[in-house]
Write a protein that binds this ligand. Structure first.
Ligand SMILES: CC(=O)SCCNC(=O)CCNC(=O)[C@H](O)C(C)(C)COP(=O)(O)OP(=O)(O)OC[C@H]1O[C@@H](n2cnc3c(N)ncnc32)[C@H](O)[C@@H]1OP(=O)(O)O
Length: 417
């Protein structure tokens, strides 16, 4: 596909090692210009960013556009691990904004992702309004909460007392925590298997993330001598005239079984001198919400998390399984990736699926964005139809497809990228 350069740009090219400082400088400026530590920059430059998958737009010798694409594997409903492009590090110089620089990078990137054979692209958005035009849709959500742990109690399941917790320095138990995390990845759609190096991001603990709270703390959970979970968090205790007013701020938590999960949450609820627990981006169906005595005093908020774009409709829909038998023909609209447009027949069940081109009459009409929204099971086709975004052309097809796309557990992305 031909690539048009936006006004004022002279070249769009794959990143070269020598371009790094300019490319990264452009990116940091686009995000407000905060300085990052040498350790953080080196981790991204030397280990995490794959320069062959990154793009830069140039105006003469100046970089004015940056975009990258990690090679991740995404857990999809049914548990398969599918190669995806993790779109990231997107920034356009304010001197060159709104002239199509981002559009030129998205065009090239989606063509590249297709040629790499990755059926999906995923991202977390700085602003939700940016990516819909390129075919991305919000597909997972996270819950944030500020729990009044001075008032709210937690009822834990049998077996919780058998879990032992011990404090460790986060960097000392990196391998233990990563091994636990890796075992949780296949259990929920939306989770990512990442290349080595990513586990260190969670313990970099930059001063600016602390917001007055402690350095990162870690407890590891064990059952019968085996590590079964961990929580990483900060504590801020403020002394007031009335006594103390401390808060626990959870960074991340992973558990291999319900008793471990409950033990970790009970621990976070109970740390002395604290009266609140702040959590961000947790699964919308996580167990603690059904164990608390007072959900209103948990002050829940919902936020969009992972955005999904089907790059190859057929391969993407065939890569997951379906909760109920399904046999429907979609009429798909896709202006930005026209190779997806047209009719596709999806047949599948809990064991597997196929999705192939067809000339049969369509049952449901939608755009590629609606398929992205429902792909991981976190948004229903019925809800999108009620919003006027899916049209039912054969009676019954909506109910059939809607129940098939749903899942037993809510999809979830544990961290941004
Ligand atoms: C996955 C990630 O990395 S998310 C991070 C994204 N980056 C940032 O937020 C950093 C700060 N912002 C930026 O660098 C830039 O403003 C970008 C990357 C968001 C947009 O880059 P631009 O080159 O200005 O976008 P471009 O000119 O291609 O815009 C294409 C269209 O999207 C629209 N658009 C672009 N940015 C936004 C936005 N933030 N909100 C709403 N609409 C937007 C434009 O108005 C334009 O619409 P039109 O075609 O109807 O005229």
């Amino acid at each position: 596909m031909a690539h048009h350069l936006p006004d004022g740009a002279t070249e769009l090219r794959v990143l070269r090692r020598d371009d790094w400082d300019q490319w990264h400088g452009n990116l940091m400026r686009a995000f407000g210009g905060a300085e990052e530590s040498a350790e953080v920059v080196a981790l991204w430059r030397d280990e995490l960013v794959d320069v062959d998958r990154a793009l830069g737009v140039w105006d003469g010798d100046r970089c004015v556009g940056s975009a990258g694409a990690y090679a991740f594997r995404l857990t999809v409903p049914g548990g398969a691990s599918v190669p995806v492009a993790g779109v990231t590090l997107v920034g356009v110089a304010a001197t060159h904004r709104r002239r199509g620089v981002l559009t030129s990078m998205m065009r090239r990137q989606l063509d590249d992702v297709r040629s790499w054979g990755e059926p999906l692209a995923v991202l977390t958005a700085s602003e939700p309004a940016i990516y819909g035009r390129f075919g991305y849709a919000q597909a997972t959500f996270g819950i944030s909460a500020e729990i009044d742990t001075g008032r709210v109690t937690l009822s834990v399941p049998d077996g919780t007392d058998a879990v032992r917790l011990r404090y460790e320095r986060p960097a000392d138990v990196l391998d233990v925590c990563e091994a636990v995390y890796a075992r949780t990845v296949p259990a929920r759609a939306g989770m990512l298997a990442r290349q080595p190096g990513w586990e260190r991001v969670g313990v970099l603990d930059p001063e600016r993330d602390r917001d007055g709270a402690s350095a990162l703390q870690c407890v590891v959970a064990e059952r019968d001598g085996e590590p079964t979970g961990y929580a990483r968090f900060r504590v801020a205790v403020r002394w007031t005239d009335a006594g103390h007013d401390g808060q626990v701020v959870l960074q991340d938590l992973a558990a291999l079984d319900p008793a471990t999960e409950a033990a970790l949450w009970r621990f976070l609820f109970g740390i002395d001198l604290t009266t609140s627990l702040k959590v961000r981006g947790r699964p919308v169906d996580e167990a603690w919400q059904f164990q608390v005595s007072d959900i209103r005093r948990c002050r829940l908020r919902l936020r969009d998390s992972l955005y999904v774009r089907l790059v190859e409709v057929g391969a993407a829909l065939a890569a997951r399984t379906y909760q109920a038998p399904v046999d429907v023909v979609f009429e798909v609209e896709d202006v930005f990736c026209p190779w997806n447009a047209g009719r596709w027949r999806l047949t599948g069940d809990t064991k597997g699926a196929s999705c192939v081109r067809t000339t049969d009459a369509a049952d449901l009409a939608l755009s590629v964005r609606e398929l992205g929204a429902v792909y991981l099971g976190g948004v229903s086709l019925a809800a999108l139809a009620a919003a006027g975004r899916v049209r039912e052309l054969r009676q019954g097809a909506l109910a059939e497809a809607s129940s098939a796309f749903g899942g037993l557990v809510a999809p979830w992305l544990p961290h941004g990228f």
